[in-house]
Design a protein around this ligand. Structure first.
Ligand SMILES: Cc1ncc(C[n+]2csc(CCOP(=O)(O)OP(=O)(O)O)c2C)c(N)n1
Ligand SMILES: [Mg+2]
Length: 319
């Protein structure tokens, strides 16, 4: 690993994402969060590991499963929760909701609900970075379901032709809604070899291992900063919960879920830190206590925040 990282802080971030999502689920059940809600539970090590390598000049682009990416990018936890509650104090004044988290000051450029729609937008951001010589790069997260869209291939081709400073980050969680990727993809469950078509260097990484994700991302980021053009990482990961809160998961057996849960980064990683002598158990406990409080306060902040004024309805609308 080239850069320095606070390995205990990686745990704090992953635990924050996990607890944030649990709180989202609870408040969805209470009817305080409405609309679509897609939780990142199980995938924490990918977003946290990858985003930990970025600088202030870089952009992060995500899809509708975006809370974890936003938190890893440092989007304020109170404003994020308030956005989900549809409150005026939210990141988009409560008018975006779960699938449309944005925070330009943090370089967090969405939150996009259309599967694969974020890919060309991210390439556009990377083109702007290249054109304006900002030294920044764009990381674009997407799921396995995005790979069967035509725009996926169009974006890969143009990004390679123009040598854009972009990292395509596939979170292959094996399912697109209720569809197992094995059922709908010719060529098996590995996507990274296909990048040879576009001459985009591609790597596979264990998405349940935050340090491995970080290391793979650091390498790719270094190449991009060196002017070598787009890079591709495929993290094999798993969502422990349904696609959205409306999903009863009838399409897969609990055995499969349990198998992946044995590799849950929230349990495995702190054990590893203890074994490596990097942390003591009371430090882990203290982080958990602090984060639990942060999340409880975020819920309180959201609940106490006002709803947007009716007059807001025509503001920020581009037509
Ligand atoms: C263009 C388009 N088609 C269909 C949908 C409905 N839809 C929402 S999420 C999803 C599955 C995407 O799965 P994947 O890309 O693997 O991401 P994951 O949910 O697994 O993180 C679909 C089909 C959509 N939002 N956009
Ligand atoms: Mg998927």
């Amino acid at each position: 690993m080239t850069g320095k990282v606070d390995r205990l802080d990686l745990f704090r971030q992953m635990y924050l994402v996990r607890q944030f999502e649990i709180a989202c689920g609870e408040n969805y059940s209470k009817g305080l969060i409405r609309g679509f809600l897609h939780l990142y539970t199980g995938q924490e090590a990918t977003g946290v590991g990858a985003i930990s390598t970025l600088g202030d000049n870089d952009y992060v682009v995500s899809h509708y499963r975006d809370h974890g990416h936003a938190l890893a990018r440092g989007v304020d936890v109170n404003r994020l929760m308030a956005e989900l509650f549809g409150r005026a104090t939210g990141t988009s004044k409560g008018k975006g909701g779960s699938m449309h988290i944005f925070d330009v000051a943090k370089g967090f450029m969405g939150g996009h609900a259309i599967v694969a729609g974020q890919l060309p937008l991210a390439a556009g951001l990377a083109l702007a970075q290249q054109y304006n010589k900002t030294d920044g790069l764009t990381i674009c997260f997407f799921g396995d379901g995005a790979t069967n869209q035509g725009i996926y291939h169009e974006t890969m081709n143009l990004a390679a032709v123009w040598k854009l400073p972009i990292l395509f980050f596939l979170e292959n969680n094996m399912y697109g809604m209720g569809t197992s990727i094995e059922r709908v993809r010719a060529g098996g469950i590995d996507f990274y070899p296909g990048m040879a078509t576009y001459e985009i260097p591609a790597a596979e990484v264990d998405g349940m291992d935050v340090l491995a994700v970080r290391e793979a991302t650091e390498l790719a980021v270094a190449r991009i900063r060196n002017g070598e053009g787009p890079q591709f990482i495929e993290a094999k990961t798993f969502r422990f919960v349904g696609h959205s809160l409306a999903d009863g998961q009838k399409y897969r057996g609990q055995e499969e879920v349990k198998e992946w849960e044995r590799r849950d980064p929230i349990n495995v990683y702190p054990t590893r830190l203890l074994e490596m002598g990097i942390a003591k158990s009371d430090q882990i406990d203290q982080i958990k206590t602090e984060v639990d409080e942060v999340v409880a306060k975020a819920v309180e902040f959201a609940e106490q925040s006002p709803e947007p004024e009716l007059s807001e309805i025509h503001n920020d609308v581009l037509a």
